[in-house]
Design a protein around this ligand. Structure first.
Ligand SMILES: [Zn+2]
Ligand SMILES: [Zn+2]
Length: 480
């Protein structure tokens, strides 16, 4: 075994080692600061200074901002729905900061060129800071404009539906292609448990799906560290892993209906607030790492391809966390199939480069040139792949097989939890065809040139057959 592999397998490189050593104040003591990491020795920065949970924190927003020494004038970014939920109260709460509302009325709002331009033109009087009032999309539109204008922003969350609130990068749709752009993290995140609990049930299910995705994101990331020497931090992985575990226990309370008795609804408020904490924590993990790696793997790549397809078809999209939750269940299936019997898959030949290119052109249509430019036509082979394979084998034997063994119980449990909370578990429930599902599994990987489950399956020559089997079997309930 070579020395780099021995080093990677050391106990101090296991997330479990750090999980035992994480005290509850670790993150709050890191907020607003840069510190040297005891686990990976890199310096990690959390720009966000505080997360504030409070009843009526929209009405009291001005007080919190003054506490943070914020001053000047602000724009408050919302849509018609979030204006009714909290936007008007937020405007009142921020009255000492001369707030002006920017209200989006588009039905199919995306963080794309049009919405970014709309906000930019509303900023001609150069506000001192921005306040987003909404969930993922509104926060991203605000984040990117704040970043470009070099001003801070505050995120008021109206639903615990996505982990992007605390993130420092921005997923944008540019010319229809979902790409990660830079951004800034909010200085402050505000949320009110009663507002989160009153959000549409499908948004809560989406937030739960976005947390579940970390089950796949974490193993994808750790295997990328072994196979491709990608930067990895076991402390950050341990933090995210802990958040996922806590979230799995919330499922019953998140499923409580609006009509339930007061005591049950109280439990739901608490659970929504904990879900928001788990989502924010994974956002903070992305800030610390400076990439989306701790929170996004093949689960997200499958989702991104489906989302891009909606946009090509001018179809009103579903929620991010809905598709990500489905991507997670598919990701678990892929891992279970690949490593059945606790051993590496039998090597099969890769897809010929010309067939790959033809398929990418079919799947990506007008976006194919971008996808082809970002990716190699064939996976690594020969000595490079043999070395990677050895590392993957050692990683699987050390922790991977045990991790994947859990999926036999976790997969049906996750499926049932999402269903009970009110979310979809199969692509056909969102109107996607067998072909769409095949394309997302077989070619979601070209969205980002990152090592994930999908690349793993591709390198062993299993991806396209598995994609076909899973896509065909899913609508009939034959896969999970
Ligand atoms: Zn670290
Ligand atoms: Zn996500």
């Amino acid at each position: 075994m070579n020395s780099s592999l021995t080093m990677k397998l050391r106990e101090e490189n296991h997330p479990e080692f750090w999980r035992k050593r994480i005290d509850k104040d670790l993150l709050s003591n890191w907020m607003g600061q840069t510190k040297t990491c005891p686990a990976c020795a890199r310096s990690h920065t959390i720009k966000t200074k505080a997360m504030i949970k409070d009843q009526d924190c929209a009405g009291k927003a001005g007080l919190y901002l003054k506490d943070m020494q914020m001053s000047g004038r602000c724009k408050v970014i919302m849509d018609i729905q979030t204006r009714a939920v909290a936007g008007d109260t937020l405007m009142e709460g921020l009255k000492d900061f001369s707030p002006e509302a920017v209200v989006f009325e588009r039905d199919d709002l995306h963080a794309d060129e049009q919405s970014l331009g709309t906000l930019l033109t509303a900023m001609s009087d150069k506000p001192d800071f921005l306040v987003s009032c909404g969930s993922g999309t509104l926060t991203d539109i605000t984040r990117y404009n704040a970043y470009m204008a070099g001003i801070p922003f505050v995120a008021y969350a109206t639903a615990a539906s996505v982990d992007g609130f605390a993130s420092g990068s921005t997923p944008l749709l540019v010319k229809g292609f979902k790409t990660t752009y830079p951004g800034i993290a909010p200085d402050l995140i505000l949320y009110d448990p009663s507002v989160l609990a009153a959000a549409p049930q499908k948004m809560i299910a989406a937030g739960f799906g976005d947390v579940l995705a970390k089950i796949i994101a974490l193993i994808d990331w750790r295997l990328a560290y072994f196979a491709e020497d990608e930067a990895y931090c076991p402390l950050i992985a341990g933090l995210v892993d802990q958040a996922v575990e806590q979230c799995l226990n919330l499922a019953d309370d998140l499923a409580v209906s609006e009509k339930a008795a007061q005591q049950e609804r109280q439990k739901k408020e608490t659970a929504c607030s904990q879900l928001m904490e788990a989502l924010s924590l994974t956002g903070l993990a992305m800030q610390m790492m400076g990439t989306s790696r701790p929170a996004s793997g093949s689960d997200h790549h499958i989702s991104h391809l489906l989302e891009m397809r909606d946009i090509q078809r001018h179809k009103k999209g579903s929620l991010h966390g809905d598709k990500v939750g489905i991507g997670t269940l598919i990701g678990m299936t892929l891992y279970m199939r690949l490593f059945e019997g606790r051993r590496l898959p039998v090597q099969k030949p890769p897809l010929p480069a010309a067939v790959w290119e033809k398929e990418v052109r079919r799947v990506y249509g007008p976006l194919a040139e971008q996808a082809i430019a970002k990716n190699d036509p064939q996976p690594p082979q020969g000595k490079v792949w043999e070395t990677q394979k050895q590392s993957i084998e050692a990683a699987m034997a050390s922790f991977g097989y045990d991790y994947v063994d859990r999926f036999s119980k976790l997969l049906p449990a996750a499926r049932d939890h999402i269903t009970a909370i009110g979310g979809p578990v199969r692509p056909d429930q969102l109107g996607y065809s067998i072909q769409d599902t095949y394309d997302a599994i077989a070619h979601g990987k070209e969205v980002r040139p990152k090592f994930t489950t999908l690349r793993l399956a591709e390198r062993f020559g299993w991806l396209y057959d598995l994609a076909e089997e899973i896509a065909d079997g899913l609508p009939a309930g034959k896969i999970y």
